[in-house]
Design a binder for this molecule. Structure first.
Ligand code: AMP
Length: 408
């Protein structure tokens, strides 16, 4: 027989030894800005870490911005566009909020299956594809769908029959845009897009970014950010890359001196950790105007505002951690400073690559602070980008204290 335990302070404090501690879903997905419910669903699905397209695409799409992404089927692209939509849509509303167009029936069904797995149990989905009885699809629409996945032909058909209404659409996805164009869906896409509200987020996925796909993006998207995983060639970027040797305890002074010497128009400073970002923000916040900080622990609204202010130029110095920093797709950044050497070489590529590609200035500059112990990490980065970084010298300032004599 079970005895009822008294709810005393003592009992509350005592750890329950028989229970295995519940693992918090603290995966790399968490740092992309997804909510805990989604994270535990991903954990159940066994998605341990985001695929490269997910890592890049999700943080940007979560800001509500239009995004084009170059990715093939099988790379996890459905979750890349699906998760930000599920995160942003109002799941309590029964209205149709998202429209996903794909070139084939199979792909529509595959996408719908994946969204079903990623979304909550009560998510209402309709698959509208040719070659299947239209009556059943009409019934599904009548019962209310929050997301429609379909092929352009059948979607048009149902639009013209007034069975499908797109007035409340907030998200449109053009999946495998290049294949949709190959199949000759362009006129249908045009007609469908014209019926969607202009206030919406449009996401476009394509294996290739041909001129025709670019034209489609230009016509239906609002200054889309571009996620291009084929981009690896950082060395060819028109960006000057330097390293500066520094003693760990002189890094803040070095940053202050560097800013004084360079007087950057806008600067993005990367730290490895959230705490590091906070510490740096605290150190500069009083001295400098127009400075901000962003990391994964900030609420989404705040992050949106920080990004918006940086994009508009109101903020001149932004301190960011890697994962969030990847979502910062803003033109006009003249200076990137790696206050901490990135933990992974790929992060270096992302940090610099992002700024170089999106920079509206012809050349950007990137500085990496390296302590004596981090020499080998610098070498790894140089191997990765196949280029040696130049050492940067500051006028009348040494970022290194002289070494004590050998026999000291
Ligand atoms: P997709 O490219 O969206 O068609 O996805 C290809 C397959 O990879 C699907 O079966 C997904 O369920 C699976 N998948 C997507 N993202 C992940 C992830 N992060 N980890 C493990 N499996 C994934």
């Amino acid at each position: 027989m079970k005895t009822k335990e008294k709810n005393t302070k003592e009992n509350n404090r005592r750890p329950d030894r028989n229970r295995t501690p519940r693992k918090k879903p603290q995966t790399e997905f968490a740092s992309l800005g997804l909510n805990p419910k989604v994270l535990s669903r991903l954990e159940k699905l066994g998605y341990e870490k985001p695929s490269p397209i997910q890592r890049e695409f999700i943080p940007i799409a979560l800001t509500g911005r239009d995004v084009t992404g170059q990715a093939q089927t099988g790379t996890g692209k459905t979750a890349a566009f699906g998760l930000p939509i599920l995160e942003q849509m109002d799941l309590r509303l029964p209205s149709l909020q998202a429209l996903i167009l794909t070139p084939t029936r199979e792909l529509s069904e595959q996408v719908a299956n994946e969204l079903e797995r990623l979304g909550p149990n009560n998510l209402k989905l309709a698959v509208l594809v040719g070659g299947r009885p239209i009556r059943k699809q009409i019934q599904t629409l009548e019962q209310g769908a929050q997301i429609v996945v379909g092929t352009p032909g059948r979607v048009i058909d149902l639009l013209f029959r007034k069975e499908l209404k797109l007035e409340e659409i907030k998200f449109v996805v053009l999946d495998e845009a290049d294949r949709m164009l190959d199949i000759g869906f362009r006129p249908d896409i045009e007609k469908i897009m014209k019926r969607c509200p202009t206030e919406r987020q449009t996401l476009l996925l394509s294996a290739t970014m041909s001129d025709e796909v670019e034209r489609l993006a230009k016509r239906f998207m609002n200054e889309p950010a571009r996620v291009d995983l084929s981009e690896k060639d950082v060395a060819n970027k028109s960006i000057r890359q330097y390293y500066i040797s520094v003693d760990p305890d002189r890094k803040i002074t070095l940053l202050a001196r560097l800013l004084l010497q360079e007087r950057p128009q806008q600067v993005l400073v990367f730290t490895r950790t959230k705490r590091g970002a906070e510490k740096l923000h605290k150190a500069f916040n009083k001295k400098l105007k127009n400075i901000a900080m962003i990391h994964g622990d900030l609420p989404q609204q705040k992050r949106d505002r920080v990004i918006k202010d940086f994009r508009s130029g109101k903020t001149r110095m932004l301190i960011a951690t890697d994962v969030v920093g990847r979502g910062i797709d803003i033109s006009g950044i003249s200076h990137i400073i790696n206050y901490d050497v990135p933990e992974f070489c790929d992060d270096y590529v992302h940090r610099i690559g992002r700024a170089g590609r999106l920079s509206s200035v012809d050349t950007g500059q990137a500085f990496t602070f390296v302590t004596r112990e981090q020499g080998s990490q610098l070498t790894e980065i140089e191997k990765r980008i196949n280029m040696l970084l130049d050492e940067y010298e500051l006028k009348d300032f040494s970022s290194l204290r002289p070494r004590p004599p050998k026999n000291y």
